[in-house]
Ligand binder design. Structure first.
Ligand code: AMP
Length: 418
């Protein structure tokens, strides 16, 4: 049997790189005061319909939905996490405890898309949400956090694009202007864009279809329609990013298509991954909790696609192998001693492997050579009789004989640190 199309196994040789990135996902948000939230992998379909929006590709085409609940309610494997986080924030009234709520998350997401390099049906996102304020300081903070995660994953081949899609008032005015413009060019647009005209015209601005791109080159820019409040917020964001040394480009065509965005939107893009060029993105979603039926709670956040970060990080480094530090070579008769010593050393934080196959001394030593352990503990008849071990330094070749059980740790630490 094989894994399902669009999914990937992360094999043992690949997992050290994943673990290295995952440790950055934990440490960076903590430096900014963000706490981890873990929500279920499936939610009510209605959450995503309302939170992500019926007019989006995600909801229209890509959701893994099924009905397996007592009341026949439709459930969906999460295609993203912002809607789930917003649901949890409302459900537990988390904002009551923290007027500025800083949360981060990491986990698998599911979208029924055509798989290709950097695009899977099960993929991972790491992201953060800052809720409770409409101030552009929060927008700047999440962008700087995302940027810090990328940098600390040793990823540098990317650019940050930012834009403002304005507030509801701005968008209402701009949408009319845009729809008029698109109607004037209707026959030149892709079928999808034509269909979307009534539901999600803004999405055509960052369509990947060459026909749409050609048309929107001449479309009116939303930045010319920002009201004074949205304009001021966008300018403040730029000032804060510049003061923080984060370089960015303004891309007035960037809208990120989800229904819930307002004012700030941004995306990190790379030219190193072919057509799947977005490493991640995000924006402000002051209307999301109201769309979900709750009180309005302003928020801003981002999600980065972990598979794409891994692809870039792989281009930059050879993954380090996770190796045991020590191996015990012994005769089967002494397995009781072997297990005892191995467990004692592990409790001291030394990683150690033992032979499980009752093989000859010679084969065990061959294994030790091949595996690259730094030290081997030998327990033969002589050693067992003297209640001691022989310890070999595999780097220098030096040998310590007659080491009492009580002294094993000291000798090993000298070798491992040397
Ligand atoms: P989105 O919020 O849809 O822009 O997703 C945020 C990020 O998740 C994207 O920029 C990608 O890096 C990543 N992503 C989205 N969909 C997929 C997918 N099907 N496979 C791999 N990564 C994805």
């Amino acid at each position: 049997m094989k894994n399902v199309k669009g999914t990937k196994d992360i094999l043992p040789d690949e997992s050290p790189l994943w673990q290295r990135l995952e440790s950055t996902f934990r440490t960076m948000p903590a430096l900014f005061g963000y706490k981890e939230i873990r929500t279920p992998i499936f939610e009510s379909t209605d959450l995503f319909k309302r939170g992500v929006g019926e007019g989006t590709d995600i909801v229209g085409k890509e959701m893994y939905s099924f009905s397996k609940s007592e009341d026949g309610e439709s459930l969906t494997l999460r295609p993203e996490l912002t809607a789930s986080v917003a649901r949890a924030v409302m459900q537990y009234n988390l904002i009551r405890h923290y007027p500025t709520l800083r949360l981060w998350y990491y986990g698998p997401c599911f979208r029924y898309e055509q798989p290709q390099q950097g695009r899977q049906r099960q993929f991972h996102q790491v992201g953060a949400e800052c809720m409770g304020t409409t101030n552009p300081e929060a927008d700047a903070e999440v962008i700087i956090l995302a940027n810090s995660i990328l940098k600390n994953c040793d990823i540098s081949d990317y650019k940050l694009n930012i834009n403002s899609v304005g507030d509801t008032e701005t968008r209402a005015v701009y949408k009319k202007v845009l729809v008029d413009f698109l109607n004037d060019n209707l026959s030149k647009l892709s079928e999808d864009a034509q269909k979307r005209l009534a539901t999600n015209p803004l999405r055509t601005l960052d369509s990947k279809d060459a026909r749409d791109r050609e048309v929107v080159k001449n479309a009116p820019s939303i930045l010319d329609y920002l009201n004074s409040e949205s304009k001021e917020k966008f300018e403040q964001l730029q000032t804060l990013l510049t003061a923080s040394g984060v370089s960015f480009e303004i891309n007035s065509r960037l809208v990120r298509g989800l229904d819930y965005y307002s004012n700030t939107v941004f995306e990190f893009i790379t030219d190193k991954l072919g057509s799947q060029d977005a490493l991640g993105g995000g924006g402000r979603y002051d209307n999301l909790t109201a769309l979900l039926g709750g009180n309005p709670i302003p928020g801003v956040g981002f999600a980065l696609g972990v598979e794409r970060l891994i692809l870039l990080a792989q281009q930059n480094e050879q993954p380090a192998e996770a190796k045991a530090q020590v191996m015990i070579v012994s005769e089967q008769a002494f397995n009781g001693i072997v297990f005892n010593i191995a467990n004692t050393l592990r409790a001291q934080g030394i990683s150690i492997v033992t032979d499980l196959q009752q093989r000859s001394f010679k084969s065990q030593f061959k294994d030790a050579d091949k595996s690259g352990v730094k030290s081997v503990i030998v327990i033969g008849e002589n050693e067992a009789a003297q209640q001691a071990v022989t310890i070999k330094n595999m780097v220098s070749g030096a040998q310590h004989e007659n080491v009492d059980y009580a002294n094993i740790v000291t000798v090993l630490q000298e070798i491992l640190n040397g």
